[in-house]
Design a protein around this ligand. Structure first.
Ligand code: PMP
Length: 394
């Protein structure tokens, strides 16, 4: 059968990142390629306990169909957390999603016509690029420095693209760079969005995982007229397999999101929503997040020390104060060649190329430290350092 796919379905079945993860999945390889949270920190026993309570106390309700906006008790708990982070909202501002990946997809579904411009950080979260591409968006990348998106370049990009629908930003501990936008830049981003009347999509899965420095308020706290759609998730603060995230937006916009969501999956898994709501009621998730921060602080520190020891002196790298990733640039290195050499050395990373909407900066790659035991981080970075030196001298 020759299938007649819709216009924006990619012709190729190539999955370059999937292939990398497959190669990196060999047990003898020390892989810094994935973006997985540390599974040993998942609160398995606590979740087991609350799951049993949900079955005992409200099993029939939790197993029934529910409303697309999400379980009100869970939305209430999320609203409480959001207000504490400075985002003023109540439960009508919140819709539960099947993870932030769905939040990104629903936003594109609501706003992007083929040919509309979506402005993104350069580099950015590659599965967001895949979403925008699938709706036929014209993506424009804005260069970054150590403090995230450069605001003069952002303003120029918005000016040059009058059909811009929104700016997509991961302002805290960005995937893939680990960089964070300081408050003055967040404010400036709002000024630009106000001036040119564009929306902002603030994707914040990592903001709670700060292990150094001072908290920075979400971009949404700087807005004047509810132009920011904020999204976060339980994937990094509880467990990604639960597949529960949320959107915070203006109430009428949440109604539109809800209509869109109904067409996709009716509602997110109701049982899981009950389990998380019960968990938030019975346990202090901030105590749990503190353990995650502590572990990632230690692992990031170990990786950073090893990078300083084993990488060549011309290597540049980000210094994240939270999140899961360090971004490296080794000028003059072809990262695909480096990747192949690394596999010979039993170590892996993700090359930078797929994270760019356009204008790739060569020699860049992402390292993940959250999902690797401390001693293996040192061994892996030593191997990687050797592979870099070998690739440079070839
Ligand atoms: N946005 C960013 C920036 C991410 O890094 C990820 C996951 N790695 C997601 C969204 C998707 O998260 P979720 O598991 O909530 O779908």
């Amino acid at each position: 059968m020759k299938y007649q796919f819709a216009n924006n379905i990619p012709e190729s079945d190539e999955d370059p990142v999937g292939n990398i993860l497959k190669v990196a999945g060999d047990p003898k390889v020390i892989s810094f390629a994935g973006g997985l949270p540390a599974p040993e920190l998942f609160p398995v026993e606590d979740l087991k306990k609350v799951t049993n309570e949900v079955y005992d106390e409200s099993g029939r309700q939790a197993l029934q169909y529910s409303i697309a906006a999400g379980y009100p008790e869970l939305r209430k708990q999320i609203a409480k957390r959001m207000n504490r982070s400075g985002i003023a909202c109540d439960i009508d501002n919140i819709m539960i999603t099947t993870g932030s990946q769905q939040s990104i997809d629903l936003t594109a579904k609501l706003f992007v016509n083929p040919g509309d411009t979506v402005i993104v950080e350069q580099p950015t979260y590659l599965c967001a690029l895949d979403v925008f591409r699938s709706y036929g968006a014209h993506m424009v990348g804005v260069p970054m420095d150590d403090d995230g998106m450069k605001m003069d370049a952002l303003e120029k990009a918005v000016q040059d693209n009058p059909n811009t629908k929104f700016i997509y930003t991961v302002p805290s501990f960005q995937n893939p760079t680990g960089r964070t936008m300081p408050a003055d830049r967040r404010q400036k981003m709002i000024e630009i969005a106000d001036k040119y009347n564009v929306m902002i999509l603030e994707d914040d899965p990592y903001g709670a995982i700060r292990f150094a420095g001072q908290d920075v308020a979400p971009v949404k706290t700087f807005e004047h007229d509810e132009r920011v759609i904020y999204m976060s998730t339980f994937s990094k603060i509880l467990a990604p397999g639960l597949r529960i995230g949320w959107i915070v937006a203006e109430k009428n916009l949440v109604k539109k999101f809800t209509l869109m969501k109904q067409t996709v999956d009716v509602h997110s898994d109701n049982l899981t929503q009950h389990i998380i709501a019960k968990y938030l009621e019975d346990f202090n998730i901030d105590d749990h997040i503190a353990k995650i921060r502590e572990t990632y602080r230690r692992r990031e520190g170990i990786m950073m020390d090893a990078i300083e020891k084993y990488f060549p002196k011309n290597a540049k790298y980000s210094h994240p104060e939270g999140g899961l990733f360090i971004w490296v640039e080794v000028p003059g290195v072809d990262t695909q060649t480096l990747f192949n050499t690394c596999i010979d050395h039993d170590v892996a990373f993700v090359p930078g190329e797929p994270f760019y909407a356009d204008k790739v900066i060569p020699g860049t790659f992402r390292l993940n430290y959250s999902n690797m035991q401390d001693d293996k981080i040192v061994t892996g970075i030593e191997r990687l350092g050797n592979a870099i030196k070998e690739t440079i001298s070839k």
